[in-house]
Structures are given as C-alpha cells and as structure tokens.
Design a protein around this ligand. Sequence first.
Ligand code: UDP
Length: 193
Amino acid sequence: ALRTDILGVGFDDLTLEEAVARGTAFLEEDRFHYVVTPNPELVDRASREGAFREALNGADLVLPDGIGVIYAARILGRPLKGRCPGIDFASGLMASMAAGGKRLYLLGAKPGVAEAAARNLEARYPGLSICGTHHGYFQEDGPVVEEIRRSGADAVFVCLGAPKQEYWMREHGPATGARLMAGLGGSLDVFAG
Ligand code: UDP
C-alpha cells in the first residue's frame, strides 16, 4: 500500500484496529517484521538523518504516534485516518496475542521494570505468555539476541528509546527468530506503573 509522506517518513494510513490486525497477521508469517511509531520529534530527526529515516521507512508498519503527525498530514493535504499511539497498538496486540496463545518478550527500561510490567500484563491479559524479560542497559547484543531466540518469542517489545530501538530491531531482529518487534519507547515504564 502507498504510504503518506511526512518530511520523508512514509506513514501507513490505518486505524488503530487495522494496525493491530496487521500486527496480528505478521505473527503468522514466517519472517521477521518490525513496527515503529514516530512522533513529530522523530520525524524531524529523520528529516535530517538519513540512517534513521531508513530505519523508520524500512519498517513493516509505520504508525503516527502523536497528534502532531496527524496535523502535519492534514496541512500537507494528505490526511491520515488517526493516531496510532505505540502504547495503544501494544495493548491491542497483547489482547490478540492472549487470545492466540502467543509468546511475548519484553526488552528495555531499567533493571526490574520489565519484570514488573510482565506481572501486570499477565494479570491484565489472561492467556498472554510473557516468555522472558531483559533490561535495556546491556553492553553486548549477542547474549540478548540468543536469550530471545531461546525464549521462543513470537513478538518482542523493544523499549530502548529512539533511535536506539529502531536501529536495534533492524540490525538484530532477524537473528532472534521472532516474527514481530515493536519499538515502544517508555511503554514498559507505563505498564510497570
Ligand atoms: N532505555 C533503555 N536503554 C537505553 C536508553 C533508554 O532501556 O540505553 C529506556 C529507558 O529506561 C526508558 C525508555 O528506554 O524506559 C525510553 O523512554 P523515553 O521516554 O525516553 O522514550 P520515548 O518513549 O520518548 O521514546
């Protein structure tokens, strides 16, 4: 599908429900996918940094996180259907993963946060299996990739902040065996709270 261009970043024009349905479908495809949810600050950064722009445009889903992106799209004469905040996309996806018996791995935030988020999320989405967690302040990528691979994760929430999480998903995602990663910034702090 054609994407809506905002300063060089191509956004998918989907409702939140449509975006969650796409994410759910990715879990059934035998290849790696990743999802990004840029806000205006990140679009601005991407307009100046080619490598970051590539990491965003290379995603399988590019969703508008903030109302600022929606306004920009309207001003540019290419309106988008609405906001798809990362945290809402994540919530919809977890409900769908719980129903489908899928495995979710949580990566990022300070030590202890992903574990607290896992407890809250398993209580909130009965049937959801959190198959592992790791904090976001690791030095070496290899052991983390290997741990995700061994966990048998279908999906991984990568919460390392931007632009680190986008680069990390793109570079290391395929080797983990996961079908889907979503870069979700500070979401684990929210889910842990
Ligand atoms: N973070 C991390 N590793 C890092 C840097 C940041 O795990 O090397 C985490 C940080 O603890 C926080 C999240 O990434 O949980 C970034 O949150 P922030 O609110 O800055 O990101 P945003 O949601 O604005 O992208």
